[in-house]
Ligand binder design. Structure first.
Ligand code: FE2
Ligand code: FE2
Length: 413
C-alpha cells in the first residue's frame, strides 16, 4: 500500500502497524486480532492512539473489506450476548448459589461438585466466544428482579459476563479471561454462609457488618484446596473488596500492597464488582444507569480533594476504555457540553467525544490549573497525549438521589 494515501485500505484485510502513520483515515472500521474495535472508519489515527497501540503490543490491525462501515445508517443495535445465553447463565448461577447455600447449611465440609465447576467453565467459554464474535455490539445487564434472592444471582452473573467481556477486550490470554468469568460466577459464594435475615437487612449492626465482610474469607477458605479452581479464581474470591486507599477488606491493603500483591486481573474484578453494585438495584433501592455509575466512578477514583484513590487510575482507564461504550445502551457516560476537569487540573467543556477512548475527548479549556479564567479559551484534544485525560465530570443536575451512601453499599456485595 502507498503510505502517503490516507484513505487506503489493505486488500487482504490486515496491516502491519509499522506501516501506518499519524493522521491515517481508513474507510473501514479497524479491529485488533480479537475483533475488538480499535478505530472507527474515517477517524484520523492520532499519535496518542498509535503510541498506545504500540505500548499494548498490538502489531497488526484488521479489516473486513467485504463489510462497509454502516454505523450511521444502521440504527439497530447489535447485542454482544444473546438472550438465550444470558438466560442460561442466570439459570446456572441460580443452581450454583443455591447448591452452595445447601452445602454451607448441611455439609460445610463438602466441596463444590466437579460438574458445577465444569459447567461454569464451559458457559464462560461460550460467553467469551459469543461476545468476541459480536465485537461491536452492546451489552445490557439483567436487572429485572423477581425477589431478593434474584439480586445475588443477577449480581454474580452480571459480574461474570462483564468480566469475561473486559478480559476479551483487553486482549488477555484465553485462560485469564476464562478465569475472570469463572471467578465472577463464584466470587460471592461466601454469602451463601450468611443468613438471609442479615443479607436482607437495610441497616446492619457492626457485628452484622463484620459477618457480611467475612464473605470473602469464607468463600476463599471453601475453595482454597480445590484443585479444579485456578489460583486466579481463588484470589478473586479473597481480594475483590480490597481498595487502593486501604479502606477495603479482608486485609485493608495500602496502596503499595494493593498494587504489588493483587494481580491486575483481580484489581479489574474489583472495578467490575463495584460497577455492578452501583447499577443493579436491590428491591426498593435506587440504582444508577450504567452511564451514571461510570460518571460516579470517575469522580470517586480521581476526587481532587482526596490524596488516595479507591482504585488505581490506570486500572480504571483500562476498564472505561474496554467497556465504557458497550454499556449504557451504547451511549457514552459523558457528552459534548459537559463541564470537566482534566488530569492536569484545567477546567473545560467537552466539545467532541472519542468513542474508543472516552476519557480523552476534545475539550475547550476555560480555566487554567490555577483556576484563572482564560481570556481566550483554547481547545485541546486529549487523545493527542494519552497521559492526559478527564479526571472529573461536574454534574449539572446533582446526583442527589444517590446521596444515600453508595460508598457503603459498595462494601457490601
Ligand atoms: Fe463480594
Ligand atoms: Fe460481588
Amino acid at each position: 500500500m502507498n503510505p502517503n494515501n490516507k484513505n487506503d485500505n489493505p486488500k487482504d484485510g490486515v496491516i502491519d502497524i509499522r506501516y501506518v502513520k499519524t493522521g491515517y483515515r481508513f474507510n473501514l472500521d479497524v479491529f485488533d486480532k480479537n475483533n475488538n474495535l480499535i478505530l472507527e472508519a474515517h477517524t484520523p489515527l492520532s499519535e496518542g492512539v498509535l503510541n498506545h497501540l504500540r505500548a499494548s503490543g498490538i502489531d497488526r490491525l484488521y479489516f473486513d473489506p467485504t463489510k462497509k462501515s454502516d454505523k450511521e445508517s444502521s440504527p439497530v443495535q447489535k447485542t454482544l450476548l444473546s438472550e438465550e445465553l444470558k438466560n442460561e447463565t442466570y439459570d446456572h448461577t441460580k443452581i450454583l448459589l443455591d447448591e452452595m447455600r445447601e452445602t454451607f447449611i448441611k455439609s460445610p465440609g463438602d466441596s463444590i461438585s466437579r460438574g458445577l465447576i465444569e459447567k461454569s467453565r464451559a458457559l464462560v467459554d461460550r460467553i467469551i466466544t459469543e461476545t468476541e464474535k459480536n465485537g461491536d455490539g452492546i451489552f445490557e445487564m439483567v436487572t429485572q428482579l423477581h425477589d431478593l434472592d434474584d439480586y445475588y444471582y443477577q449480581h454474580s452473573m452480571n459480574v461474570s459476563i462483564i468480566a469475561s467481556i473486559l478480559g476479551s477486550r483487553l486482549d488477555f490470554k484465553p485462560e485469564i479471561k476464562s478465569s475472570m468469568g469463572v471467578g465472577g460466577l463464584f466470587h460471592d459464594i461466601g454469602y451463601s454462609s450468611v443468613s438471609k435475615d442479615i443479607l436482607n437487612k437495610a441497616r446492619l449492626s457492626d457485628n452484622e457488618f463484620d459477618i457480611i465482610k467475612n464473605h470473602t474469607h469464607v468463600g476463599y477458605k471453601f475453595v482454597e484446596k480445590n484443585p479444579r479452581l485456578h489460583d486466579l479464581e481463588k484470589r478473586i474470591l479473597l481480594l475483590h473488596h480490597e481498595r487502593a486507599d486501604g479502606e477495603g477488606y479482608p486485609y485493608g491493603f495500602d496502596i503499595d500492597q494493593y498494587q504489588n500483591n493483587i494481580p491486575r486481573e483481580v484489581r479489574l474484578m474489583c472495578l467490575v464488582d463495584a460497577f455492578v453494585i452501583l447499577t443493579l438495584p436491590k428491591p426498593g433501592e435506587n440504582s444508577m444507569t450504567p452511564g451514571e455509575a461510570i460518571r460516579f466512578m470517575v469522580n470517586m477514583v480521581y476526587a481532587p480533594y482526596k490524596t488516595s484513590y479507591a482504585f488505581l487510575p490506570a486500572d480504571f482507564r483500562d476498564f472505561v476504555r474496554a467497556i465504557g461504550s458497550i454499556l449504557n445502551k451504547g451511549n457514552l457516560f459523558m457528552n459534548p457540553g459537559d463541564l470537566v476537569r482534566t488530569s492536569t487540573g484545567e477546567i473545560g467543556i467537552v466539545e467532541e467525544m472519542n468513542r474508543l477512548y472516552p476519557l480523552n475527548p476534545r475539550v475547550r479549556i476555560v480555566k487554567n490549573s490555577k483556576m484563572e479564567t482564560l481570556k481566550r479559551p483554547i481547545t485541546i484534544d486529549l487523545i493527542k497525549s494519552y497521559k492526559d485525560y478527564v479526571s472529573n465530570i461536574y454534574d449539572r443536575n446533582s446526583t442527589g438521589k444517590f446521596s444515600v451512601n453508595k460508598q457503603d453499599t459498595l462494601n457490601r456485595t
